[in-house]
Design a protein around this ligand. Structure first.
Ligand code: 13P
Length: 249
């Protein structure tokens, strides 16, 4: 019922030469894979337009990593959801933990950004996840519940949002939670979504896992019932690694 989504977040990595990796991904995204798994690459915004052009016809979608909540105005250096759509994006990541940490983004900010993305008929990928200290204090579930409640706009449908669960301590560290911990938190996120959006919408909404996903651990993680894909950082920069994860999905 839920088609898996494997999304790559290139973060602040990638120059024009990196588009070669995207071309290789496009060639490796066969009709069989296309039928079974959705693929999205979120390059830095300097590459958005050429990435959309080089992915054209391949079925790979291209997205952005953040946007401003407002439609336009005096916000030097910021980009609106409409600009990103105009540049070729069909999805935007909002509330990544690196933005929450580096730019002080709150749940309310993330919700406003998600609303802007949805307002442009793009997919909002809403990120949540606990820090190491919060997990060690036994607060992972409650922290993530609060983030989901505060960051997901009211009344959205399952094709407008994706939730990405990314434990902060698993990002770029090579560490991952146990399979049981991932299963527990994804099931709990679906429960929270059911309370917010209704059972039917929650059952259709995709929940991705992110944090040190590699070809070698993807199969086990993606096999979990409530894991509907992955949000991949480091391993999305190289076609061979990323396609290994797409194939696992
Ligand atoms: P890594 O896959 O490099 O751990 O990054 C995960 C992430 O933050 C994706 O948004």
């Amino acid at each position: 019922m839920r088609k898996p989504l494997v999304a790559g977040n290139w973060k602040m990595n990638g120059l024009r030469a990196s588009l070669l990796e995207l071309s290789m991904m496009a060639r490796a995204y066969t009709p069989v894979l296309r039928a079974r798994v959705e693929m999205l690459i979120c390059p830095p915004v300097t590459l958005l337009f050429p990435a959309a052009a080089s992915a054209l016809g391949s079925g790979i979608k291209v997205g952005a990593q953040d946007c401003h909540a407002k439609a336009s105005g005096a916000h030097t250096g910021d980009l609106s959801a409409e600009m990103l759509f105009d540049g070729g994006a069909s999805a935007v990541i909002v509330g990544h933990s690196e933005r929450r940490a580096d730019h002080g983004e709150t749940d309310a900010d993330v919700k406003a950004k998600a609303e802007a993305v949805i307002g442009q008929a793009m997919l909002a990928i809403i990120c949540v996840g606990e820090t190491r200290a919060q997990r060690e204090a036994g607060k992972a579930l409650s922290v993530v519940q609060k983030q989901v409640k505060g960051s997901v706009p009211a009344g959205v449908s399952a094709d407008q949002i994706v939730i990405a669960y990314e434990p902060v301590w698993a990002i770029g560290t090579g560490l991952t939670p146990t399979i049981a911990d991932i299963a527990e938190i994804h099931a709990d996120i679906r429960k929270t979504l059911a309370r917010l959006l209704g059972k039917e919408t929650a059952a259709k909404t995709r929940i991705l896992y992110g944090g040190s996903v590699k070809p070698s651990n993807a199969k086990e993680i993606l096999a979990l019932a409530d894991v509907d894909g992955a949000l991949v950082g480091g391993a999305s920069l190289k076609a061979v690694d990323f396609m290994g994860i797409v194939e696992a999905a």
